[in-house]
Design a protein around this ligand. Structure first.
Ligand code: NAP
Ligand code: FE
Length: 390
């Protein structure tokens, strides 16, 4: 008889099935962000916007929030509640420190009470950093190393891509020219207060951005399972996220991406955000940052190209974890996974061995490296770059 046994040890509670340990029930889980999702949920949750003050600053990219209807919906809700607003629409992809410092000067001058960040990961991450800088007079080093008080502007996040999950994370990723890479701010104070998710804003997304962002979300959920901080709850959420994304692969390949597919991707991306809020990301993200910084490769695309070969490295020491991930995706092996990713992402960029050597030296210093359940060496990173771009 296969008995599911609960075993109490001095260290922790674990579950055994067929005498094999399946779960480590040591959990640390929580999320301070309220999540609302559904068609027209900005309008139907308008009162949420009144609870943060009388003056709002909308933080957006240059164009998309104006084109996909999200900015207009938010403005209608604010006007109906006599909330004044200003718009900072200067955020470009992979926002720089200068961009968020300018936003913070604007927020201070306009004496805003809260931020409504609308867009892909770039405007939402910029909104979070502005929320810190508008209230704290600090250096760049202090910004990246939590050298500030918890007196920040509250942030409402409205994602219009389905990839980063930043609407439910404590991270803001900025382009850091001093370190020649992208550097993350990680602070429990910058979790958005509310995440408002409506897939109708994504119907204007191009196929390329849809694919790249979906792969970013997939990467978050897979990396979450490869993190030393993974636990039974994060794995549960990661698997739900992975299944939803892989379930959309055929549509992503064909370009037949309707509202239902968009909603699934948005849901899966938010779940991926909840995962990395608890587990952090791993070497895949550290390595991807150089590809974005030096070669302008989209964030999700960069992760997707590297993911298969990182799985191969982990597979050498932890085949159970990798098999669990492959089983969730319904792929027989890593090569089958790499094949579909290549189909989705197309031809790879031409990058030299010398460049990969330099990127490996940068990536090995990133905080996420120590977060991997199989910690790679600098040589491993170089090998992953080389085989990923073969
Ligand atoms: P993005 O840089 O925010 O946006 C990419 C492009 O998509 C922009 O040109 C944008 O135009 C456009 N766009 C956005 N929404 C659109 C829509 N609904 N319709 C048409 N076009 C639209 O891309 P992203 O991949 O979402 O975010 C990437 C950033 O997030 C990176 O900096 C990455 O490091 C970061 N990230 C953060 C976390 C986190 O937890 N904080 C996690 C992963 C990644 P506009 O510029 O005109 O808006
Ligand atoms: Fe990411």
């Amino acid at each position: 008889m296969n008995i599911l046994r609960i075993v109490y040890t001095k260290k922790r509670l674990s579950l055994k099935y067929k005498n094999k340990e399946v779960y480590k029930l040591n959990i640390n889980f929580g999320l301070p962000t309220k999540i609302v999702m559904g068609k027209d949920c900005v309008q139907s949750n308008g009162d949420l916007f009144s609870s943060f003050g009388k003056r709002a600053m909308l933080v957006t990219g240059r164009n998309s929030a104006k084109l996909n209807g999200s900015q207009a919906d938010v403005i209608k809700v604010l006007e109906a509640r006599d909330i004044a607003y200003v718009v900072y629409d200067e955020v470009q992809s992979n926002p720089s420190i200068d961009c968020v410092r300018m936003g913070a000067i604007f927020a201070k001058k306009e004496k805003v009470d809260f931020i409504i960040a609308i867009g892909g990961g770039s405007p939402i991450d910029a909104g979070k950093a502005i929320a810190i800088l508008a209230k704290n007079d600090i250096t760049d080093d202090e910004l990246f190393n939590a050298g500030y008080s918890n007196n920040l502007l509250p942030v409402i996040a409205i994602p219009t891509t389905a990839g980063t999950g930043t609407e439910v994370t404590q991270y803001s990723i900025l382009t850091n020219d001093k370190a020649k890479t992208k550097t993350g701010i990680a602070s429990p104070y910058i979790f958005p207060k509310v995440a408002v998710l409506d897939a109708k804003y994504m119907t204007t997304l191009s196929k390329v951005v849809t694919v790249n962002t979906a792969i970013d979300a997939l990467s978050h959920s897979i990396e979450g399972m490869l993190s030393i901080k993974a636990n039974v709850m994060t794995n549960l959420i990661a698997k739900e996220s992975i299944k939803n994304i892989v379930g959309c692969f055929e549509n992503l390949v064909s370009g037949d991406i309707d509202y239902v597919v968009r909603e699934k991707l948005l849901y899966a991306s938010m779940l991926g955000g909840i995962v990395i809020a608890h587990t952090g990301t791993t070497a895949v993200h550290s390595m991807g940052y150089s590809l974005t910084y030096f070669k302008h490769i989209d964030h999700g695309r960069a992760n997707g190209i590297l993911l298969g070969d990182f799985l191969k490295l982990v597979n050498k020491e932890k085949p159970d974890v990798v098999n669990d991930i492959l089983g969730t995706m319904d792929f027989k092996d890593i090569d089958e996974f790499k094949e579909i990713i290549t189909k989705l992402l197309g031809e790879k960029e031409d990058i030299s061995a010398e460049e990969f050597k330099a990127y490996s030296q940068i990536a090995i210093k990133a905080k996420n490296i120590a977060n991997c359940s199989v910690v790679p060496t600098e040589k491993d990173l170089y090998d992953i770059y080389m085989s990923s771009f073969k």
